[in-house]
Design a protein. Structure first.
Length: 197
């Protein structure tokens, strides 16, 4: 998997600045980060496994009604949850609801979950449970040239889009349009490589 230096060098080639006389890493990295965010959003929309993850088992103690601090650090939004007994192996799907009805009595299983304001909520249960979260994850943004891109062949989109942002920032609309089209032309291949729809 390529690192940001590949995308930066390619972007400079598109900008006819191979020697980095005008477009240094420091100037291009914010543009590369925006291109990276765009690509993540596009992969998300295409349901690519590249932006999905499954947590390890998280133990929910008796009566606990939320997961906040226990959530994975790279979680953007949960997709689904499963539960089992502590250290169990028979995972069962939980049901997502719009809100937790506090009038329902707790049982030995959690059954329902709700996602609101960055917290997963439950009814609570009368027995400790292990929970796994299938979720959409944030791929770490590159911050320096040596940072990993984290998306297989992502540099094909990111380089052209970074160059487009650079060209657009100096008012070169024709180059912006051409480079944006190049990035979009590469997008289908990246989605297929990362097994999206």
């Amino acid at each position: 998997m390529a690192n940001a230096s590949v995308a930066l060098a390619t972007a400079r080639t598109f900008l006819n600045d191979d020697n980095a006389e005008l477009w240094s890493d420091a100037i291009l990295i914010p543009k590369l980060q925006e291109a990276h965010r765009e690509l993540q959003a596009k992969l998300w929309r295409e349901d690519s496994p590249a932006i999905r993850e499954e947590s390890t088992a998280i133990t929910v103690a008796i009566g606990i009604k939320t997961l906040g601090a226990s959530l994975p650090a790279d979680l953007i939004t949960p997709i689904s949850l499963m539960e089992t007994t502590v250290a169990g192996t028979a995972w069962i799907d939980m049901t997502e609801v719009q809100y937790i009805d506090a009038t329902i009595a707790a049982t030995a299983t959690l059954i329902y979950w709700c996602w609101r304001e960055g917290v997963i909520s439950f009814l609570g249960s009368t027995a400790a449970r292990d929970v796994k979260v299938l979720y959409r994850k944030l791929i770490t943004l590159p911050t320096v040239a040596g940072s990993a891109i984290g998306i297989t062949f992502g540099e094909l989109y990111i380089a052209a889009r970074t160059a487009a942002f650079a060209a657009g920032s100096v008012g070169n609309k024709d180059s912006y349009d051409a480079l944006t089209q190049m990035a979009n032309n590469n997008l289908g291949d990246i989605i297929a490589i990362n097994r999206g729809r």
